[in-house]
Design a protein around this ligand. Structure first.
Ligand code: AN7
Length: 384
């Protein structure tokens, strides 16, 4: 007798319904509900933890893999596109995956404080995981470029923020020195436990699809996450959990495209402040991973990022932050190179509410302001 076959995310592609306003509704197949204990407990045997590791978790991970036929349609050929919406993690970004590991291991090692440099999401995650457990903490942030939501979170969780008068790359150099000279644990992705946690996103994609996708597209900033995905896919592949490994496509912002240009960018600039990084820490490993996967690292312009950002919100209902939209901007840019019937996953690394100002500035939508509070005025405004 065989057991019940659990549905995979792929089955969702068979359950579309086009509703009014041309919105596509995905009716998910029925599935069993199990309690999700957080990614460390769920993937413990794949991670460097033991029974003695105190697990610091906010039940991160297990984020949805959302079928996006509206994006597939834009590619102009038959293929499947899924969005791994990691903005639905507890602090609103994929950083929670790495931070549950890094903070758990820091606690295991008896660290008194954690420190990180950040364009905003790492510090929000570090603050959430470290502060609420009574660890001291310190998060230098590049001066003036951290999106409002990220700043609000980090302050709210109770972290000390030190805004330095320079960019991320300089902040990272400083916190590395701090960790060398003082009893603080560095939780940037140069901390190897960060990538261990982040690789679980690859596991989740395989667990949802039943195999690895053909392509994986992701934004690239400090280049840790793309490296972590490759670790995850390789590990699952080695253990026979997948028939193949995906081709990795990473996208930097044009004004911060150090890997693409093969040179450090001293003054990186982009609207996607999360990836405003000119000297990525995992540069070499990311480049090697992408090469072995037969993929590429390329750049997308701010205009392409903003276009994908709007397209995502309007055609799929998913509001991600600008940096995250780089993965879809890159996919659209590569549309001619996509093989027919490819299965593609784009990673959406952070939630749109992280950066409300950029949304308001670039939504190209209109508010009808100052309307009289009368039925006739409202009806007239609506064109009736
Ligand atoms: C939404 O928070 O580097 O290539 O300090 O916040 O692994 O660096 C953020 C990076 C993509 C790039 N998308 O990932 C930080 C930080 C979002 C991000 C990236 C970041 P990596």
């Amino acid at each position: 007798m065989t057991g019940a076959v659990l549905p995979t995310a792929r089955d969702a592609f068979r359950y579309f319904r086009v509703d009014f306003f041309n919105m596509v509704t995905v009716i998910p197949p029925r599935t069993t509900q199990e309690y999700w204990p957080g990614l460390i407990q769920h993937y413990a045997k794949w991670l460097p933890v033991t029974d003695k590791t105190p697990i610091v978790t906010l039940c991160e991970g297990n984020t949805p893999l959302i079928a996006a036929p509206a994006i597939a349609e834009r590619l102009g050929k038959p293929c499947e596109v899924y969005l791994k919406f990691d903005g639905l993690n507890p602090t609103g970004s994929f950083k929670d995956r790495g931070m549950t590991m890094a903070v758990s291991k820091a606690k295991e090692a008896g660290a008194a404080a954690v420190i990180c440099a950040s364009t905003g999401n790492t510090s929000a995650a570090a603050a959430a995981y470290a502060c609420s457990r009574g660890h001291a903490r310190l998060c230098p942030d590049p001066d003036g470029y951290v999106a409002l939501g990220k700043l609000a979170q980090t302050l709210m969780y109770g972290a000390e923020i030190i805004a330095i008068r320079d960019n991320f790359d300089c902040a990272l150099t400083l916190v590395r020195q701090m960790a060398d000279h003082y009893p603080v644990s560095l939780v940037n992705s140069v901390n190897r436990f960060r990538l261990e946690g982040q690789k679980t996103a690859a596991f989740e994609i395989v667990d949802a699809l039943g195999d690895a996708p053909d392509w994986l597209c992701t934004p690239v900033g400090n280049a840790g996450n793309i490296t972590a995905y490759w670790m995850g896919f390789c590990q699952y592949h080695q253990q026979g959990k997948t028939s193949k490994r995906p081709r990795l496509f990473g996208f930097e912002a044009e004004g911060a495209a150090a890997i693409v240009r093969d040179q450090v960018i001293t003054h990186p600039e982009t609207i996607a402040t999360a990836i405003r990084i000119g000297n990525p820490a995992s540069w070499v490993r990311a480049k090697a991973s992408v090469q072995v996967s037969q993929g590429a690292i390329d750049a997308v312009s701010d205009a392409e990022i903003l276009e994908a950002y709007r397209v995502l919100a309007r055609s799929t209902g998913i509001f991600c932050e600008p940096a995250s939209a780089a993965s879809v901007a890159g996919l659209l840019k590569y549309r001619d190179q996509i093989p027919s019937h490819a299965c593609i996953v784009c990673v959406l690394t952070g939630h749109g509410l992280k950066d409300p100002q950029t949304a308001i500035d670039h939504c190209q939508a209109q508010i009808h302001a100052g309307i009289d509070p009368t039925l006739s005025a409202v009806a007239q405004t609506m064109g009736f």
